[in-house]
Design a protein around this ligand. Structure first.
Ligand code: SF4
Length: 152
């Protein structure tokens, strides 16, 4: 089974109540070849919510207690991000997921890039918290962009 970010399948779960529809991924869900999940909702957030970014590092650093996730008002939401990551891992294991396709740039779901923690739209290299945890546990994770490349 393939797991995919809910927002990529067209569900309005992003912080601002929108989605990031990716037609190929949405088709996989409609064909029952993929299941959607949103680590941030699993962590306890609702939609809409404040945007959040990782401050002081990347998702791996968050897991190691060396960086934190903070929302735009300055509230530390690290534990909700970690909870969402572990809930996602649990589901991935239960479903024997062979592939997890997660939305690039997100502090949860990013695979190669995330925002730099200053809320200025600047990206840096690094994984989100959920991606980092899944990869540490041996799961195959890629972004929607990397997934599109596999279809070429
Ligand atoms: Fe999409 Fe992941 Fe953000 Fe949920 S946490 S809205 S699935 S990018």
């Amino acid at each position: 089974m393939i797991l995919v970010s809910s927002c990529l399948a067209g569900l309005d779960v992003r912080y601002n109540g929108t989605n990031c529809l990716n037609v190929k991924i949405s088709e996989l869900v409609k064909e029952n070849k993929a299941i959607t999940l949103c680590p941030e909702l699993l962590g306890g957030f609702s939609t809409p919510r404040e945007p959040a970014e990782i401050i002081g590092g990347n998702g791996e650093d968050v897991l190691d207690g060396k960086a934190k996730v903070v929302d735009k008002s300055g509230k530390d939401v690290t534990q909700l991000y970690i909870k969402g990551a572990y809930s996602t891992l649990e589901i991935a294991k239960e479903l024997n997921a062979t592939l997890v396709v997660l939305k690039e740039n997100s502090p949860s779901c990013g695979s190669s890039t995330i925002y730099n923690g200053e809320f200025i739209g600047k990206k840096i290299g690094g994984m989100g918290v959920t991606t980092a945890l899944l990869k540490r546990n041996g799961l195959k994770v890629m972004s929607e962009e990397q997934f599109a490349d596999t279809l070429l």
